[in-house]
Design a protein around this ligand. Structure first.
Ligand code: TNX
Length: 553
C-alpha cells in the first residue's frame, strides 16, 4: 500500500517529529484569544469540579469530564454544587454568565495555579471549554484505559476567550458506498466533537445501498441495503473493471439511528440525515421499481459513478418519499433534512411520456426545471412539518420562473465555490463544502505512495488555505455563508481505519477554518500544533496520515 520511501520517513518521524511541540497551548481549532501566563494547574484527587446547584446540563458536562479523567488517570475528581460549602484545595468551576458577546457556543477560561474558572452562556460553551482543556492536558488524558506510566496531569496557566467563526461546522460520512457500524460512528462523533464540529451529516442512501430502516417500506433495507458485488479499483470507463464477487450489505435499524442521534446530542452534535432524490436512487428503485420511469427491473449498483435511473415524479412517488421523510423526521431532532439533489441525469425523464406531459402541463422549459418542481414540492412538505431542507448546489440549476426553489432552502455548495456564492446572492443560506478544498476522499500526497483514492490531490495545506467567506465578498453574501463542511465519500474506503487515515489530520484543518477567526489562522502555527494532534490521535487509537511531512520533504 505504501512505498518504501514513505515507510522510512514514517520510521524517522516516529523518533523525531512526534514529540510534543513547544507550544504550551496546542489547541485545534485555535482559540480566538489566548494570553499566556506563568505556572500551571495540577489535576489531583483533591480537585473539585464545581457546578451551579440545580443545573443538570452543566452537571452532565462536569460528569463527562470527570469520567474521562478517571478512565485515563485514575483520579476521581469530585463534583460539587455551589450550595455545598467547602473550600477545596483546587477547583475547576463552571460559571454561567449572561454575556451575550460569547454567543451560544463561546466560553472564557481563566487558568490559575489553584483554580480554573470557565464562563459561558450555554451548555455548549462549557462543553467546548472542556474540549480545549483536554487539549491543554497531556494527550494521555484521552486514553480509553488507565495510563500506566506516571504522568503529570497539568494544565498550563493562561486566559482564553473563544467563540466560533461559523454557526455550522460539519463533518460528513457516506455510509452507502461502504457501511460502517454504529460503534465506529460513535468514535467518529467523539473526534468530531473534540474538534468543536457541531454537525454530523449522515449520507444514508445512494445507488449502492439504502442504509436506514423504514418501517412502511421494508424492502428498502431487505433488498436495497444489499448488492451483488463491488467494483475493485477505479471506476473510470477507460480503466479495466474488476469485481470482487462478494455480496455486500448493511443497514441501521431505527433503534440504532435513535442511539446515534442521542449519542451525538450528548456531545452537542446535531445529526443531519440525507435521503437522496431524485438521483442516486438505484438502491431504492431495486426495492420498489414502480417509482422509476421504466418500471425496472433495477439492481442496486455494484459500480461507482452516476446512474441514469432516477425517481420518476409520479404522484405515487411523492407519496412514497413523503412517507419515508415522515419516518426520518421522527428519528432526527435537528432542524435540517438533506434531500441530496446532486448529479441527476435527465435521460430517463426525457424518454418518459409521463414526464414530458408533466413538463407541458406545468409550462416548464425543460427537465432541469422538472427537478426544481420536484425539489420545491419536497421542500414544501418538509417546511410544512417545521423542518428546513438542504440540497446540494444542483438544486439551483433549474430554479427559474415559473418554478423557483424557495429562498428558505439551504444550499450545500460542492462543485467549487461559485454555486454557493450565487445561491447566497439569491438569499439562500449556504454551507460551503467545495470539493477542491474540503473533499477528504482525494489524495493527500504522492499517489504512488498512497492507498487508492478518488482521483484528485488535496494536500493538507490546500485544505487549510480555504476561506469560506473571504473579505472580498460583499457583506450581503457573507451573511448567508452559515458554515463549512468536510465531506467524506467512501467509494474507496472500506474500513474504519481507511476512513480515519483520509480524515485526519485534514478534518483538523477544516475544524480550524470553521471555528478560528480568520485573523488568527496561521499555517505555520497550525503545523506546529500537528505533533500534539498526532499524539492525541494515538491515544484515541485513531489512524491518521503523516503525508504532510512526506510532501514537505
Ligand atoms: C460527487 S459530492 C458526489 C458523490 C461522489 C463524490 C466523489 C456529491 C454531492 N456527489 O456521489 O461520491 O463526487 O468525490
Amino acid at each position: 500500500m505504501f512505498g518504501k520511501g514513505f515507510l522510512w520517513l514514517s520510521v524517522l518521524l516516529s523518533f523525531t517529529g512526534l514529540a510534543r511541540s513547544e507550544n504550551r497551548y496546542p489547541i485545534i481549532p485555535k482559540p480566538a484569544r489566548i494570553e499566556a501566563r506563568e505556572g500551571r494547574f495540577i489535576l489531583s484527587s483533591t480537585t473539585v469540579v464545581r457546578v451551579p446547584a440545580g443545573n443538570a446540563e452543566l452537571r452532565t458536562v462536569a460528569e463527562q469530564f470527570a469520567r474521562q479523567v478517571r478512565t485515563a488517570s485514575g483520579l476521581a475528581l469530585q463534583i460539587q454544587s455551589t450550595n455545598e460549602s467547602v473550600s477545596p484545595e483546587r477547583m475547576l468551576e463552571l460559571k454561567p454568565v449572561g454575556d451575550p458577546g460569547l454567543g451560544a457556543e463561546g466560553y472564557r477560561m481563566d487558568i490559575r495555579p489553584q483554580t480554573i474558572t470557565i464562563e459561558a452562556v450555554q451548555p455548549a460553551g462549557f462543553y467546548y471549554a472542556i474540549q480545549s482543556l483536554y487539549q491543554l492536558l497531556p494527550p494521555q488524558i484521552l486514553s480509553a484505559s488507565r495510563v500506566a506510566a506516571p504522568t503529570d496531569w497539568f494544565v498550563p496557566a493562561g486566559w482564553i476567550e473563544d467563540k466560533p467563526r461559523y454557526q455550522y461546522r460539519g463533518l460528513h460520512l457516506d455510509v452507502a458506498r461502504h457501511f460502517f457500524p454504529v460503534s465506529f460512528l460513535k468514535k467518529y462523533i467523539d473526534l468530531l466533537a473534540l474538534h468543536k464540529f457541531n454537525t454530523f451529516h449522515w449520507h444514508l442512501t445512494d445507488d449502492q445501498g439504502w442504509r436506514i430502516e423504514i418501517k412502511k417500506y421494508p424492502k428498502l433495507t431487505q433488498v436495497g441495503s444489499q448488492r451483488r458485488e463491488t467494483l475493485i479499483g477505479h471506476y473510470y470507463e477507460a480503466d479495466p473493471q474488476e469485481f470482487d464477487g462478494q455480496p455486500y450489505g448493511g443497514f441501521y435499524t431505527q433503534d440504532e439511528v435513535r442511539e446515534v442521534v442521542r449519542y451525538a446530542q450528548s456531545k452537542h452534535v446535531t445529526v443531519i440525515p440525507e435521503i437522496e432524490m431524485p438521483g442516486h436512487a438505484l438502491a431504492a428503485l431495486a426495492a420498489y421499481p414502480e417509482y422509476g420511469c421504466s418500471n425496472g427491473p433495477y439492481e442496486t449498483a455494484t459500480k461507482w459513478g452516476i446512474f441514469s435511473d432516477i425517481f420518476c415524479p409520479y404522484e405515487k412517488t411523492f407519496n412514497f418519499l413523503e412517507d419515508i421523510l415522515t419516518e426520518v423526521m421522527a428519528l432526527f431532532h435537528g432542524p435540517y433534512i438533506h434531500i441530496g439533489g446532486d448529479e441527476c441525469p435527465k435521460a430517463a425523464w426525457k424518454k418518459s411520456p409521463y414526464c414530458q406531459q408533466l413538463i407541458k402541463k406545468l409550462k416548464l422549459k425543460n427537465e432541469n426545471q422538472l427537478q426544481s418542481y420536484f425539489t420545491a414540492r419536497i421542500d414544501r412538505f418538509i417546511t410544512s412539518k417545521g423542518r428546513k431542507m438542504i440540497g446540494w448546489d444542483e438544486i439551483m440549476d433549474g430554479s427559474a420562473p415559473p418554478i423557483q426553489v424557495s429562498p428558505s432552502a439551504t444550499v450545500m455548495s460542492w462543485r467549487g465555490v461559485e454555486g454557493g456564492i450565487r445561491a447566497a446572492r439569491l438569499g439562500h443560506d449556504v454551507i460551503m463544502t467545495p470539493e477542491n478544498f474540503v473533499y477528504l476522499d482525494h489524495y493527500q500526497g504522492n499517489r504512488a505512495q498512497e492507498p487508492l483514492a478518488f482521483g484528485r490531490l488535496t494536500p493538507l495545506g490546500e485544505t487549510y488555505s480555504y476561506d469560506p467567506s473571504p473579505a472580498s465578498l460583499p457583506a450581503s453574501v457573507q451573511k448567508h455563508m452559515i458554515g463549512v463542511q468536510a465531506s467524506v465519500w467512501t467509494e474507496y474506503l472500506k474500513t474504519p481505519g481507511q476512513v480515519e487515515y483520509m480524515v485526519w489530520p485534514r478534518a483538523a484543518a477544516v475544524a480550524e477554518l470553521a471555528w478560528t477567526p480568520v485573523e488568527q489562522k496561521s499555517w505555520p502555527d497550525f503545523t506546529q500544533r500537528l505533533p500534539d494532534l498526532f499524539r492525541r490521535l494515538d491515544y484515541l487509537q485513531t489512524a491518521y496520515s503523516r503525508t504532510y511531512y512526506a510532501v514537505r520533504v
